[in-house]
Design a protein around this ligand. Structure first.
Ligand code: OGA
Ligand code: MN
Length: 304
C-alpha cells in the first residue's frame, strides 16, 4: 500500500510503501509520476540502495545523465551517473564534490529539452546540538507563476530565457547577494532557449521556468525591458511564501522536479560535520513524451 503525505502547504510529499531498490511495477510508477507532478518533490524515507539501484530507479523517469565536466571525478565506481556530493576527506583527498549547487539554480537548463528531475540518496547528514544541517532549499516556481500579476503573465507569454553558460557567477550581475557565489568559472556553451512560462508535462499546470543562476537574458521582450523584467522575476521567485527547506535524514531518497523548483545547498556545516549524498540527474526525454505520460497516468488512475 502506497501512502502520500504532504510535507508543507505548497511543496513536497513523503511517499511510503515504495521500495526504491526494486524495479517499479507499472501501477506504482504511475502513482509516483503523478505524485511528482502534484507535489514537485518526493521523499522516500528509510531506503537502503546501491549506486546502480539508485540509477535504475531514476531511469524509470528518463535518461540518466552521466556526470561530465569538473565533477566527473566524483562518481560511484562503475556507475558514472551517480555523483558523490560530500565534504569528507580520505587520506587528505576529498571523496566528493563539496560545492555542488551552492548558488540558486535548477539543474540541466543547458539541455535542449529541459532536464526533469534529480534523485538524491542521503548516507550521512550533519547535525549540531540535535539540529539537522546541510539542508536543501527550494522555491516553488509553479506557485510563483500563479502569483504573477496578469499583465506580467501576458507580457511573458512568448518570452524565452536564453542560457549560454556565461552567467554562472550570478552574484556579479545581480543586486541580490542572496543568490550566493560560485567557486568555479563560467564557461560558454551553445546557447539554448526555453519558454519562461512553461506548461508542466505531467500536471499540465504552468510554471515560471527561470533559473536565477544561469539565465542570461529574456528573448521576446523589447531590449529596454529585458533586464528590468529579469530582475523583477528573480526577486518575485525568491519570496518567503514560495520557500521550502528540506532537512535530510539518512536513508532518504529524495526526488525533486527541476521544472517547477529552483534549489540550492545550504553550507551551514563545518569540515568535521560530514555530509554524504549520492545524486543522479534525470533528463526530460520521457516526461516530454506525451504518450508516455498519458499511459503512466492512466495506470495511476487504474491503481488509485
Ligand atoms: C544538486 C544540488 C544541492 C544539495 O545535486 O543538483 O544542487 O543540497 N545539490 O546537495
Ligand atoms: Mn542542483
Amino acid at each position: 500500500m502506497i501512502s502520500i503525505e504532504p510535507l508543507s502547504s505548497h511543496l513536497g510529499a513523503s511517499v511510503r510503501g515504495v521500495d526504491v531498490s526494486k524495479p517499479l511495477d507499472a501501477a506504482t510508477f504511475g502513482l509516483v509520476l503523478k505524485a511528482i507532478g502534484d507535489y514537485g518533490l518526493l521523499r522516500f524515507p528509510g531506503q537502503t540502495i546501491t549506486p546502480a539501484q539508485q540509477r535504475d530507479f531514476a531511469a524509470h523517469f528518463g535518461h540518466t545523465q552521466a556526470i561530465r565536466g569538473r565533477l566527473a571525478i566524483f562518481t560511484a565506481p562503475g556507475v558514472p551517473e551517480i555523483n558523490i556530493l560530500s565534504n569528507i576527506k580520505e587520506n587528505g583527498q576529498p571523496i566528493g564534490a563539496t560545492d555542488a549547487g551552492v548558488i540558486w539554480h535548477t539543474d540541466m537548463v543547458h539541455n535542449e529539452t529541459p532536464g526533469f528531475a534529480n534523485v538524491l540518496y542521503a548516507l550521512k547528514v550533519p547535525r549540531r546540538d540535535g539540529r539537522v544541517l546541510g539542508g536543501t532549499e527550494f522555491y516553488n516556481l509553479q506557485a510563483a507563476y500563479e502569483d504573477l500579476p496578469d499583465d506580467i503573465k501576458a507580457r511573458l507569454t512568448d518570452a524565452y530565457g536564453v542560457y549560454t553558460g556565461e552567467n554562472y557567477t550570478s552574484i556579479e550581475r545581480t543586486p541580490f547577494p542572496e543568490y550566493g557565489t560560485n567557486s568555479h568559472k563560467a564557461h560558454k556553451k551553445e546557447p539554448v532557449r526555453h519558454r519562461i512560462i512553461a506548461t508542466h508535462p505531467i500536471s499540465g499546470r504552468k510554471t515560471l521556468y527561470c533559473d536565477p543562476g544561469h539565465v542570461d537574458y529574456i528573448e521576446g521582450l523589447p531590449p529596454g525591458e529585458r533586464d528590468e523584467m529579469l530582475q523583477y522575476l528573480l526577486k518575485h521567485i525568491m519570496q518567503p511564501k514560495f520557500h521550502f527547506v528540506y532537512d535530510w535524514c539518512e536513508g532518504d531518497v529524495m526526488m525533486w522536479d527541476n521544472l517547477r523548483t529552483v534549489h540550492h545547498a545550504v553550507l551551514d556545516f563545518g569540515p568535521e560535520e560530514h555530509r554524504l549524498i549520492w545524486r543522479c540527474q534525470v533528463e526530460g526525454d520521457k516526461v516530454f513524451d506525451a504518450a508516455f505520460v498519458r499511459q503512466a497516468l492512466s495506470q495511476a488512475r487504474a491503481a488509485a
